[in-house]
Design a protein around this ligand. Structure first.
Ligand SMILES: Nc1nc2c(ncn2[C@@H]2O[C@H](COP(=O)(O)OP(=O)(O)OP(=O)(O)O)[C@@H](O)[C@H]2O)c(=O)[nH]1
Ligand SMILES: [Mg+2]
Ligand SMILES: [Zn+2]
Length: 348
């Protein structure tokens, strides 16, 4: 369908996702059909459709600001001063946490504009890795939820999240849930390197109500998104803060120790004392969106201040490499260094 549009116009429309582009194409086709005119190029019809939409937006009445609390395929829920309203997305790529203005166009409530994002968390689209898939916008912190035993702990996922969070501008926190299932706390030693680089690591159990108060204090007054694999207990943790929300929680399959993808859409919840929590669907995998070698290095604060002989040192084999020396002496954790190498390889 994209072939209908010239490469030049396609570039101008690059901010639209596949569905938005499709909507625009359908509107342009409808305009062309109604006019009966076959002489104009399809680019011209697309531009006409865009102008029509802009005019409609300018004429929108009863404009109000709000925050997106849930995002569906065609509509979003927006929290406004007068309560939650459902609005048509129009051509906007929106996620929970986005600050928007909505207004009335005819008898429909529509999104008129989106404010620039203060922070964001994104990943490559699962179907097309060249498309950025936003997960959430404007959060202060991202709580990476992992569990132990069932599902098992996956430190590699934490590493990828840390880079994406750093790039998006929010603060990372780690929550290890289900510690009631642990026979020996020694298994949590794999998380020590994260604590060492200054990331709070909170141990929790929603079953035994352990760590919940500590987490509540840490998150107070912030907008926080809960992310992680399915079945680690994101929704259960949010319920532990606010049982009245009664979010649906799932089970973990016996054989594989995997979650069953219970939460299917993200949702935003206001708690007392200015805390806002966002629940998200569990992920199967998490790829990195638009990350450079330098950005990977920046997410290893333990490398800062280490001196390498060469300015463009890759810290892999060069003589006089400060990072390799620090790994050798134990000043930098061998696990974290392996992570660095793995992430680096993923880029090439
Ligand atoms: N043993 C134990 N089980 C827990 C704990 N927290 C949650 N669970 C259980 O883990 C299962 C999955 O919990 P959910 O809260 O649905 O997990 P989720 O991360 O929201 O999963 P998705 O929505 O699929 O991404 C449920 O059966 C919970 O009862 C805990 O601290 N200890
Ligand atoms: Mg859930
Ligand atoms: Zn080096």
């Amino acid at each position: 369908m994209k072939d209908l549009i010239s490469p030049k116009l396609s570039n101008k429309l690059a901010h639209l996702d596949a569905e938005q582009l499709n909507n625009l194409i359908q509107r342009a086709k409808a305009l062309r059909k109604r006019s009966g005119n076959r002489a104009d190029t399809f680019d011209q019809w697309i531009e006409r459709a865009m102008r029509r939409e802009e005019r409609a937006m300018q004429g929108a009445t009863d404009q109000r600001d709000g925050v997106v609390t849930s995002a569906f395929a065609h509509d979003i829920d927006v929290e406004t001063e007068s309560g939650i309203v459902r609005a048509h997305r129009m051509n906007h790529n929106l996620v929970v946490g986005d600050a928007v203005t909505v207004g009335q166009i005819g008898d429909q409530t529509c999104v008129i504009s989106v404010q620039p994002r203060r922070t964001k968390l994104s990943r490559p689209d699962v179907n097309d890795k060249n498309i950025e898939k936003l997960i959430v916008a404007n959060v202060d912190s991202v709580l990476i939820v992992v569990s132990v035993v069932s599902p098992p702990l996956h430190p590699r996922l934490i590493d990828r999240y840390l880079i994406a969070i750093q790039n998006g501008g929010a603060r990372p926190l780690i929550c290890v849930n289900k510690i009631d299932l642990l026979e020996d706390l020694i298994e949590l030693e794999v998380l020590e390197p994260y604590r060492k680089i200054g990331i709070p690591v909170i141990q929790c159990s929603t079953r035994d109500t352990l760590g919940i108060d500590e987490l509540r204090n840490l998150l107070q007054g912030q907008m926080v998104v809960f992310v992680g694999h399915s079945g680690v207990g994101k929704s259960s943790l949010i319920n532990a803060f606010a049982p009245e929300l009664n979010l649906i929680t799932g089970s973990v399959s016996e054989g594989y120790g995997r979650g069953t993808h219970t939460t299917t859409v993200s949702s935003l919840h206001r708690l007392p004392h200015g805390t806002t929590l966002i629940d998200t669907p569990g992920i199967r995998s998490f790829g990195l969106w638009s990350v450079t070698q330098n950005e990977i290095e920046r997410s290893f604060p333990e490398f800062v201040g280490l001196q390498c002989k060469f300015n463009d040192c890759t810290h892999t084999k060069e003589p006089g490499c400060g990072v390799l020396a620090a790994v050798e002496s134990g000043a930098v954790s061998g696990d974290r260094y392996s992570t660095f190498l793995r992430l680096r390889d993923e880029l090439t």
